[in-house]
Design a protein around this ligand. Structure first.
Ligand code: IPM
Ligand code: MN
Length: 351
C-alpha cells in the first residue's frame, strides 16, 4: 500500500490533479497496486483565509508518505514568493529532494516549434540540482530604498551537493537506453568559482567511476542554442538549480509545450514529489480547458520512482495512444478540441 499525499494547489491545479488521479486509479486497478490518497488543501486560498502556508507539522507528515503528487502553486492575490518559497521550495528543501528530473521528450503526434525535428531527435533529460545554489536564498538588501542600495544573492555550492547531483546524472545515463552521455551545463567562462567546482567534480567522477559514459561540456547560453538547433545531441544534461530552471522551460517548449512537460523532485533516499512543470494558470481556472497530460506524465514518473515499472510504462503507453488517435488537436489551453476531463478519459481508456 502506497501512501500518496495529494496537494492540488492553486488555479488549475485541482482540475488537472483529478485527471492524474483518474489515470493512477486505472493503473492501480489493472496492476493490482494499492494506493491511499491523503488530500491537503495547501495553497493560495488557504493562505488568504488562515495566513498559513505549510506548517512544520505537515512537513513532518509528508516525511511518512511514499510520494507527493502536486498540482500547481501560485495565486494572483498572493504576493510572489510567499507560496513558491513557503510551499514548493519548503517541500523541496525540507524533504531534501536534491534532484529535479525533467524529461524533454517529443511524443509522436505532438507538434514542436523546432523545424524539421521529430520524436527521434528530441529525447533527453535534464537533471537539475534542486536544493541549493541561488535558490538557497543567501544574500541581503542593504540600505534599501536609498541611492546606495546594494542587493546580493549568493550562488553557493558545496562539493558534496555537486557530487550527489552528478552521481545521480551519471547513474541515470548508465541505465537510460540512449547515447550513454552526460553533458554538464555551466558557465565556466564567467562563474569561475562555482562552475569550476562543478567541472572538476564532473571530470573526476566521470573518469574514475564512469569511464564508459561520454562526458561533454557546454556553457548554458550555448545549451539554449543547441537545444533548439541540435536537440539530438543530448542524452542527459546536468546543471545547477538556476540554469536548470531556465533551460527546462525551453525544454518544455521544444517538446511541445507546458501541456506535456512533467518533473520529479527526487530524494533518492527519501520522499519524492511529482508535478507538471507549468504554473497555476489562474485565467483558465475552472474552465476545463487546460491540458492534463503533463500532470498525467508526472504520475508515470512517480510510478517509476516507486519501483512500479510496469505501471509507469502503462501510463506512458496510454499517453502515446491517446495522442495517436489524433483527437487531441493541440496541447495549448483551450485549443485541445477536447476538455480537460475528456483528455483524461481518453488516456484512461488506454490504460
Ligand atoms: C519550477 C518553478 C519554480 C522554480 C518556482 C515556482 C519557484 O519555476 O518548478 O521550475 O523556480 O523552481
Ligand atoms: Mn521554472
Amino acid at each position: 500500500m502506497y501512501k500518496i499525499a495529494v496537494i492540488p494547489g492553486d488555479g488549475v491545479g485541482p482540475e488537472i490533479i483529478i485527471e492524474g488521479l483518474k489515470i493512477l486509479k486505472a493503473v492501480a486497478k489493472k496492476e493490482n497496486i494499492k494506493f491511499e490518497f491523503i488530500n491537503y488543501d495547501f495553497g493560495g486560498n488557504r493562505y488568504l483565509k488562515t495566513g498559513e502556508v505549510l506548517p512544520d507539522s505537515a512537513l513532518e507528515e509528508m516525511k511518512k508518505m511514499d510520494a507527493i503528487y502536486l498540482g500547481s502553486v501560485g495565486h494572483p492575490d498572493v504576493k510572489p514568493g510567499i507560496l513558491e518559497k513557503g510551499l514548493l521550495l519548503k517541500l523541496r528543501f525540507g524533504l531534501d529532494q536534491y534532484i529535479n528530473l525533467r524529461p524533454v521528450k517529443l511524443y509522436p503526434g505532438v507538434e514542436t516549434p523546432v523545424k524539421d525535428k521529430g520524436p527521434e531527435d528530441i529525447d533527453f533529460v535534464v537533471v537539475r540540482e534542486n536544493t541549493s545554489g541561488l535558490y538557497k536564498g543567501e544574500g541581503e538588501i542593504k540600505d534599501k530604498g536609498t541611492e546606495d542600495e546594494v542587493a546580493t544573492q549568493v550562488m553557493r555550492y558545496t562539493r558534496r551537493e555537486v557530487d550527489r547531483c552528478l552521481r545521480y546524472a551519471f547513474e541515470y545515463a548508465k541505465k537510460r537506453n540512449k547515447d550513454k552521455k552526460v553533458t554538464l551545463c555551466g558557465k565556466t567562462n564567467v562563474l569561475t568559482n562555482v562552475y569550476d567546482l562543478w567541472e572538476r567534480a564532473f571530470n573526476e567522477m566521470g573518469e574514475k567511476k564512469y569511464p564508459d559514459i561520454k562526458k561533454d561540456y557546454a556553457h548554458v547560453d550555448a545549451i539554449c542554442m543547441w537545444m533548439v538547433k541540435n536537440p539530438e545531441w543530448f542524452d542527459v544534461i546536468v546543471t545547477g538549480n538556476m540554469f536548470g530552471d531556465i533551460i527546462t522551460d525551453l525544454g518544455a517548449m521544444v517538446q511541445g509545450g507546458m501541456g506535456i512537460a512533467a518533473g520529479g523532485n527526487i530524494n533518492p533516499e527519501g520522499v519524492s514529489m511529482f508535478e507538471p512543470i507549468h504554473g497555476s494558470a489562474p485565467k483558465y481556472t475552472g474552465k476545463n480547458v487546460i491540458c492534463p497530460l503533463a500532470t498525467i506524465a508526472a504520475c508515470g514518473m512517480m510510478l517509476e520512482i516507486l519501483g512500479e515499472e510496469k505501471g509507469a510504462q502503462l501510463v506512458e503507453g496510454a499517453i502515446i495512444k491517446a495522442l495517436e488517435t489524433g483527437k487531441i488537436k493541440s496541447l495549448g489551453a483551450g485549443k485541445m478540441g477536447l476538455s480537460t476531463s475528456e483528455v483524461g478519459d481518453l488516456v484512461a481508456s488506454f490504460v
